[in-house]
Write a protein of this length. Structure first.
Length: 83
C-alpha cells in the first residue's frame, strides 16, 4: 500500500480521481501537466497493480473501493496538516 502512495504523482492521480468520477489517460496527463506520458503510464500501472484504480472498458480510469478509502484518508491527513 505504501508503495502505491509513496510518489507525489501517484498521490496526485488519486486526488484527481477522488475529486472527479474518472478520467481518460490523456485527460489525466493534461491535468497533471506532465509532458512525458510514459511517466504517467508507469504510475498508473503501479496504482492498478496495488488495487487503487481500475480502467473500465470505455478506457476511463476510476478509483476502486480501496482507492476511494486511501484517497479519503490522504485528503484527511493533508487537511489536518494544513490546519
Amino acid at each position: 500500500m505504501f508503495h502505491g502512495v509513496a510518489n507525489i504523482i501517484r498521490r496526485r492521480i488519486l486526488f484527481l480521481l477522488h475529486q472527479e468520477k474518472g478520467y481518460r489517460f490523456m485527460e489525466l496527463v493534461r491535468k497533471l501537466k506532465i509532458k512525458d506520458h510514459t511517466k504517467v503510464n508507469f504510475h498508473l500501472k503501479i496504482l492498478r497493480n496495488a488495487g487503487f484504480i481500475r480502467q473500465k472498458h470505455d478506457k476511463l480510469y476510476t478509483l476502486t473501493d480501496t482507492g476511494k478509502r486511501t484517497a479519503a484518508s490522504l485528503s484527511s491527513m493533508v487537511n489536518d496538516l494544513t490546519r
